[in-house]
Design a protein around this ligand. Structure first.
Ligand code: ZN
Ligand code: ZN
Length: 368
């Protein structure tokens, strides 16, 4: 009898310690080949393990109990691997009170002829992609804002200073600089209060010299990055340093981003940090009085497929640009979550022409 009870005790201990391993095997069998028998065996085993746990606690067998706890935690951890990895939480659509008279216009400045293979992993080398470079004018009663500047009047000389290989791989077709488009529309440049950069790469700052005296808003991280070297931000280094105006993120979380900057305090132009492509890259959310919403994501992705398929830039381009892959992935996940949750927000990737459909070009009648 004594012998039998010691065998039974050993069995109960074994059940508490090894049971979770068997439970893990049953879980694997069920997920691979769903059958009620696996479920029933798993449920019975789980109950048996809990009963053995109770028995160990009653006997104050802390040594075996500790080992059993370890394997049981291991089992729970392995089951956790089956749980969904949801997108970052997306808060409710933030409130905005855009003032009457606010509007946005696109100012096309040119095109770079490339292929989808250049833009994102898995993109076809046969699919031609016209990588547009645009400036976007946001008209606002507190002062107009130009989001990026596209190719400026001096783009040719800026390009001549670039490495030969880069120039050979760049098939650029300039249309009309943003400053010329504004002049042609009769726009009074005294309304332009800020140039707001999504980031400081050459194709986004090229037109800055065409707007002398207009402050250029950058994050502190991007400001440092400009002077860290690298040919893609060489044109930014030639901008009068006194024109850069740093800003911080002192606002509440915004659509899953931890920080924000509400430029005019009315929710109409809200900037969030989205580092990765460059250390100080941002996304600019614009809300218009009619309720239209836009997210200007800069170069987080070059083509919208990058977000939809969550495909980053090809390895070589990401390395040449010095991207931080972990930050790029984080920023892309946040934007993908927003795109899925709020399809009414128009995602504008700087170089994808499809994002600008629906944004009018500036005309004389719009200005006067
Ligand atoms: Zn860029
Ligand atoms: Zn760019």
């Amino acid at each position: 009898m004594r012998c039998f009870s010691s065998v039974a005790a050993a069995f109960l201990r074994l059940c508490a310690v090894v049971g979770p391993v068997l439970l893990g095997v049953l879980t694997l069998l069920y997920t691979g080949r769903p059958a009620i028998s696996f479920l029933a065996a798993g449920a019975a085993l789980a109950i048996a393990i809990l009963a053995c746990d109770a028995w160990l606690i009653a006997r104050r067998d802390w040594l075996t109990g500790g080992v059993a706890l370890t394997t049981q935690i291991g089992f729970l951890f392995s089951v956790g691997g089956y749980a969904a990895a949801p997108f970052p939480a997306v808060c409710p659509l933030p409130k905005a009170s855009p003032p009457a008279g606010m509007a946005i216009y696109v100012l096309p400045t040119g095109v770079n002829h490339r292929t989808a293979a250049f833009a994102y992993r898995g993109g076809s080398p046969w699919e031609k992609w016209d990588s547009v470079s645009n400036a976007v004018l946001v008209r606002h009663p507190q002062g107009d804002v130009l989001i990026d500047t596209g190719f400026g009047r001096t783009i040719r000389s800026q390009l001549e200073a670039m490495p030969l290989l880069f120039r050979l791989a760049t098939d650029l077709e300039q249309s009309r600089p943003a400053a010329d488009r504004l002049d042609a529309a009769g726009y009074d440049s005294k309304h332009l209060r800020f140039i707001l950069l999504t980031h400081a790469h050459w194709d986004h700052v090229s037109g800055v010299p065409d707007f002398p005296g207009v402050p250029v808003l950058v994050t502190a991280a991007e400001h440092r990055f400009i002077y860290d070297g690298g040919f893609p931000n060489a044109p930014a280094r030639n901008i009068d340093p006194r024109r850069f105006q740093d800003y911080g993120f002192d606002g509440a979380p915004y659509l899953g981003f931890d920080q924000s900057r509400d430029l005019y305090g009315d929710g109409s132009i809200v900037i969030v940090p989205a580092p990765g492509h460059t250390p100080g890259s941002v996304v600019v959310f614009v809300t218009l009085p009619g309720g239209s919403r836009y997210a200007f994501v800069g170069d987080l992705v070059w083509q919208l497929e990058g977000l939809a398929r969550r495909e980053e830039r090809p390895w070589l381009e990401a390395r040449v640009l010095g991207e931080d892959p972990t930050s790029v992935q984080q920023s892309m996940r946040r934007l993908s979550a927003i795109a899925m949750r709020y399809p009414q927000i128009n995602i504008v990737a700087a170089h994808d022409p499809r994002g600008y459909v629906g944004i009018p070009e500036l005309s004389r009648s719009a200005v006067h």
